[in-house]
Design a protein around this ligand. Sequence first.
Ligand code: S3P
Length: 433
Amino acid sequence: MADYVVEPSPAIAGRLCVPGDKSISHRAVMFGAIASGTTRVTGFLEGEDCLSTMKAVAKLGVSVHRPGPGEVCVEGVGLRGLRAPGSVLDMGNAGTAMRLFMGLMAAQPFDTELVGDASLMRRPMERVAKPLREMGARIETQDGRPPVRIHGGAALRGIHYDMPVASAQVKSAVLLAGLYAQGETTVVEPAVTRDHTERMLQSFGVEVRARGGTVTVRPPSRLEGTSIAVPGDFSSAAFFIVAACIGAREPVVIEGVGVNPTRTGLLEMLALMGADLRLVNHRNAGAEPVADIEIRPSQLRGARIPERLVPLAIDEFPAFFIAAACADGETLVTGAEELRVKESDRIAVMARGLDAVGVRNEVLPDGLRIEGGPIGGGCVDSHGDHRIAMSFAIASLRAAAPIEIHDVANVATSFPGFVDLARSAGLKLHERP
Ligand code: S3P
């Protein structure tokens, strides 16, 4: 099991680039697989999660080439061209892959079984299975968790689904099944969640109507292969945004980051705390907005975080809790119970980690109260959660003594090259096999 050891790091500086967006990379390969013709992807995230999606697509009979770094060519087989995989599809650590594949596999003429690593095998899947069953799919979970068994040959019908949880994965799975259903499929979200599926389906020529939290898809006759330039992952940039807020002496710039407004809640949360952040050099990468993010030094103040921002920053809370630990006064996050069913229980695991480095906090059923103050050294167990490992690495910018972070191998699921980038920016980070 690999560990990080981070010495107190004096400052972070530079112009940085983060790897491609995980959510968009998964979707590019998956949608490319069922398109007609070739889909060319650049900036693809070559992290383990997206490689799991790529392997699954190959097992389903789709030819996928990697002509160069970050480049993927998917030879789409058309909406009805996927073939039975012959064995289980292993999604590794990737919740997005498992849930989106559930939607896609529900409509196929063959049976599929989806499994994953120990963390994924504990995560809830009924939230996806239930609406898919309403559409006519035949799906079994084991006490609500994987393995997920999907029986082929079901005739799906479009539904109107009011989602009980704000989840882009559930929304996407239902919309993907909707591509194969009879009639229109409509999903209503209780709060805005990331809309990459809607944007990307439109790039593939699918008619998608999205307004005020209601998304409707009409089954197309085909998806047209296309080109997709994947922007830098805002969720990976988040570690360096927080690092710059707590540990920069001069402006830090992160270049080419996806700034889709359904993803950038962290910027609003940090701005509420007094951070000095600017988006510059706006452009588009296909259907997605991109910008450079400029962060200037500032002293953060504790804040009460509006619950409407939670789904817009759902993956950024581990990093945000480190920002809160470095702020003056108290920060309160509520309405974030979804954090308990991510790669780990991110409320409990972050709270234990903060305890280990001497940051006072109170665990709430749906969030965390954090008292900003000095950060000490200590041993933190990331519980195999990539985002928790990276969050405590950046805490070293304010730590008085070394922090050891255990079980960090899964950083490779979302952020290959994290150690090198962090070191080049000034973190005194070492990896121990
Ligand atoms: C994702 C949606 C979010 C997020 C995950 C990626 C996606 O999950 O946490 O990392 O790509 O659709 P939920 O839909 O469970 O909130």
